[in-house]
Design a binder for this molecule. Structure first.
Ligand SMILES: [Zn+2]
Length: 334
């Protein structure tokens, strides 16, 4: 920041809003966010996923649009990828063209503002902790300082806040909970390994199991097949959720299996981290109690020191798709 942009109240905290940018595989969402997590303005661009320069240009364009109406202090950028400990370089992004991309330096040069870069699941965890489900603990009495966010979408994302700080790790790669191995020699994962938690506790796993069931020709899958137009390979997560909401036995069981994997895995995470709360987000979590009740049951069965420790609630995420944007805007402020 140049001195001409610095407020005259030298030494006082900068109360100007910040901009959060969430770079997804198909769209870039950007918003002006104030200190209480409120989104004051927002815009979006489509993601030119295979073109490094075009992605950065789209981010610069979106931020520039927002700055026409809002004086902001900094910019945070969340991206689905591994971000170095200095919150500067995207070392690897599976779904984008980035390899060792110096995103922070590039964007600061173009924008003339301080920039931080953060993994999208980490940013979402911080957003839910600071301005979403983590605040529910305050209302129930007693602030929450330690939370784990599980984002159950197509894959399984994780983020960890311990002692009011985002856990980033030595390299910056902490919180990759989806790639904790839960089944030796299990299903192959996109990361190259086998048996990762993501292969059992994600929308992709739900769809795989639903399609497999339908391919068997069992009458149990009749409603799922009907919703997918008669084609087992066309079954999608929302078909399962809809059928389960109607009371379809197979769909209810598919969600219960998924919930069990989530709950039992969460018990292992709790054994290591001892959070006060597990926050469950992502599109699949919209199945609500059809998913969360089996998750809580699996968790309770598997939890170490069960009966001798405070209850650890599973709270639904509150910020939806805005969690990453709000979280990374907040991280840019700190
Ligand atoms: Zn994996």
């Amino acid at each position: 920041m140049s001195s001409s942009e610095t407020p005259s109240t030298t030494g006082a905290p900068d109360r100007r809003p910040t901009i959060g940018v969430d770079i997804g595989g198909t769209k870039i969402a950007a918003g002006v966010v104030d200190g209480s997590g409120r989104i004051l303005a927002r815009t979006r661009r489509s993601t030119p996923a295979t073109d490094v320069a075009a992605i950065e240009a789209a981010v610069v364009d979106a931020v520039t649009e927002l700055r026409r109406e809002h004086d902001v202090a900094a910019v945070g950028v969340a991206a689905a990828g591994f971000v170095d400990a200095g919150r500067s370089v995207v070392t690897f992004a599976p779904n984008l063209a980035w390899r060792d991309e110096p995103l922070r330096a590039d964007l600061e040069r173009h924008l003339g503002l301080p920039v931080v870069v953060e993994n999208d699941a980490n940013a979402a965890a911080w957003g839910e902790f600071a301005h979403g489900a983590g605040r529910a603990g305050d209302r129930a009495g007693g602030a929450v300082h330690d939370v784990v966010l599980l984002t159950i979408g197509t894959g399984l994302g994780g983020g960890i806040v311990i002692g009011d700080r985002l856990l980033r790790g030595a390299a910056g790669f902490a919180g990759e909970l989806g790639h904790v191995r839960v089944v030796p020699d299990g299903h192959r994962c996109g990361c190259g390994n086998r048996g990762c938690w993501e292969q059992y506790a994600s929308g992709r796993a739900l769809v795989r199991e639903a399609r497999e069931l339908a391919r068997q020709g069992t009458p149990l899958a009749a409603r799922l097949l009907e919703l997918a137009g008669g084609d087992a390979e066309a079954i999608q997560g929302p078909h399962v959720t809809q059928a389960a909401a109607e009371g379809d036995i197979a769909a209810v069981e598919l969600l219960a299996d998924l919930g069990r994997w989530i709950g039992e895995g969460a018990a292992s995470i709790v054994a290591a981290l001892d959070p006060a709360m597990i926050i469950i987000g992502g599109g699949v979590s919209e199945a609500g109690d059809l998913l969360l009740e089996p998750a809580r049951a699996g968790f309770a069965r598997q939890l170490t020191a069960r009966g001798h420790r405070p209850a650890i609630p599973f709270e639904p995420a509150q910020l939806g798709n805005d969690a990453g944007m709000i979280g990374v805007a907040d991280l840019a402020r700190a």
